[in-house]
Design a protein around this ligand. Structure first.
Ligand SMILES: NC(=O)c1ccc[n+]([C@@H]2O[C@H](COP(=O)([O-])OP(=O)(O)OC[C@H]3O[C@@H](n4cnc5c(N)ncnc54)[C@H](OP(=O)(O)O)[C@@H]3O)[C@@H](O)[C@H]2O)c1
Length: 275
């Protein structure tokens, strides 16, 4: 067949594993919708949107909080699920390990390297911010580790446009995300114009088009992941990430406009020329 709607074998319909997986996928979609609505209303109080009035619990060290919320579910939990959950399906193939490696490159960076390198304005963050990322990450990383560990892709899938284009988008999105975060980090090296202590207007590359190319890049990355894995677990994670990114990009964009008189008027929030 030229185009297989489902290019892999997965759990048989009706098994407990099947219901656990797809039951959690439904929970994941509901959580993504709730996340978008609540974060669009009120941005999570960290970074630019931190507020002394926010009641998100006691303060904890910011770097440690990010390692806890991203590396524990994204690296430790992800590896455990991939290798140990559903052990009846342990006959993995190379493509399962390719997906495993791709995901881990992201989470090792996001959960360990990124929090240690970034120059945060505040050394502390409310524990609620940490838990607000940790709990969903456990859910979505379980689903993705479970899918890529158990799905048996058909032999010719390496040549499938979904795989090729998906991996390409994943890599492009990763590079954009890394570049954009690195650019933000470098802003605190140099002193630029600012009306808000510690924050500067970023210029250059995709920053000429949008306020949050880091979120744009990561959205592209997860769209690529969803395409390459052709999975509901990828889709629901992309929806959750996009829910966070679009809501927060909106608030970041408004924040820049309110705090910098000379903020470039043609910039959009997250999607060049569109939003
Ligand atoms: N998959 C997901 O669900 C998810 C969710 C959230 C984040 N992420 C990823 O995590 C990374 C960081 O996210 P984030 O929300 O923390 O991003 P962010 O608000 O853009 O901040 C990133 C870093 O740059 C600093 N910064 C931001 N704007 C600045 C400016 N104008 N001038 C100087 N420094 C500035 C921030 O400092 P301050 O902290 O002091 O503001 C922080 O250290 C991104 O790559 C994002 O894609 C993923």
């Amino acid at each position: 067949m030229l185009f297989e709607p489902i290019p892999y074998d997965f759990y048989k319909y009706g098994t407990t594993y099947f219901w656990v997986h797809f039951g959690l996928v439904i929970v994941g979609f509901v959580l993504a919708i709730i996340t978008f609505l609540s974060q669009r209303l009120h941005p999570a109080p960290y970074g630019k949107h931190d507020s002394p009035d926010a009641k998100w619990g006691p303060l904890v060290p910011q770097r440690l909080a990010h390692v806890m919320s991203d590396a524990v579910p994204g690296v430790l939990w992800f590896v455990l699920i991939f290798f140990l959950y559903s052990k009846e399906h342990s006959d993995k193939e190379v493509i399962n390990y390719i997906f495993f490696g791709l995901f881990l490159v992201h989470t090792v960076h996001r959960g360990i390297i990124h929090p240690l390198l970034m120059r945060y304005k505040s050394s502390k963050v409310a524990i609620g911010i940490c838990l607000g990322a940790l709990i969903p990450n456990f859910l979505y990383h379980f689903l993705n580790a479970n899918h890529i560990s158990v799905a048996r892709y058909h032999d010719n899938y390496y040549y499938d446009p979904r795989f090729i284009l998906g991996v390409l988008l994943y890599v492009i999105g990763f590079v954009i995300n890394r570049w954009a975060d690195w650019k933000l980090r470098s802003l605190r090296n140099t002193k630029g114009e600012t009306s808000c202590v510690g924050y500067y207007i970023p210029y250059g590359g995709l920053y000429e088009l949008v306020s949050c190319p880091n979120y744009f890049g990561e959205t592209i990355q997860w769209i690529g992941w969803t395409l390459a894995t052709w999975s509901l677990s990828g889709l629901v994670w992309t929806c959750f990430s996009a829910a966070t990114f679009f809501a927060r990009a909106y608030h970041n964009h408004m924040w820049y406009k309110e705090n910098f008189e000379n903020y470039p008027p043609n910039r959009r929030a997250i999607v060049p020329f569109i939003y």
